[in-house]
Design a protein around this ligand. Sequence first.
Ligand code: NCD
Length: 303
Amino acid sequence: MNLVQPEDFSIEQINEILSLSQDIMSNPSKYSKVCEGKLLATLFFEPSTRTRLSFESAMKRLGGNVIGFSEPNSSSVSKGESLKDTIKTVSCYADIIAMRHPLEGSASEACKYTSVPFINAGDGKNQHPTQTLTDLLTIKSLKGDLNNHTIGICGDLENGRTVHSLVKAMSRYSGMKFIFISPKELKMPSYIKEELTSKNHTYIETESLDEVIDKLDILYMTRVQRERFNDLDEYERLKDFYILDLKKLKKAKNDMIIMHPLPRVNEIDEEVDDDERAVYFKQARYGMFVRMALIIKLLELEK
Ligand code: NCD
């Protein structure tokens, strides 16, 4: 089984992964040898700190081992090797593969050639399903439930793959209200909005965080994705459109949570980090546990 986008798993499978993550969090020693003798390959054609290191720490905490590269220049891709050949070769060595790639669709392409379970660790501006599992675990653990929340998603909604995957995943739960907060140049893509409408969800689009912040149970901040801009002047003009600080947070609910997939650039002032509502570093830790659960599931090692 592979994971390219959140819908590759049923709601039941997602719930199993989240429950397994919670069990791993409470009993880490029970799982410390589950992956003994297993090898994870992390193929990162695009830079990453959290995703690659959380996959690697997840595998090592399960007693397994890791091989891979963190930039394409250190692999045969720099000699012109095709994605097909890289994946076929790595399938000969590893038991499971996690790949990040700058091209949209590269993850589904890789699935055609892999003979071991394959995980999309981000494909261009398309999807980032393991960040979404992280986000779902964070929301479930801190808000108790995945239904009936008003979620504000703020920043670069056009280019941010984490929010594309998150909205697709959250659209499968009930009673959700989506508020998309972005400059008009960086709006949520139509295909995501059409999917919401087809599932009878409503959404609001606005440029103003200030006007909606008091309604939110969850505020999901994102950075403006510099690497996806052809025109860097446009990036410069938009990059500081939203800067969340304590003054702006005054109107927010006391139990709202502030999430961010990280890396943060300027969109959340560091003074917010000590506010109880800021959960983005906790979220990063949940990401490691959810990847442990995902590896166990895909390698069918639960029993
Ligand atoms: C995100 C990504 O790579 O899409 N980072 C991550 O995996 N936590 C978000 C981002 O880069 O802005």
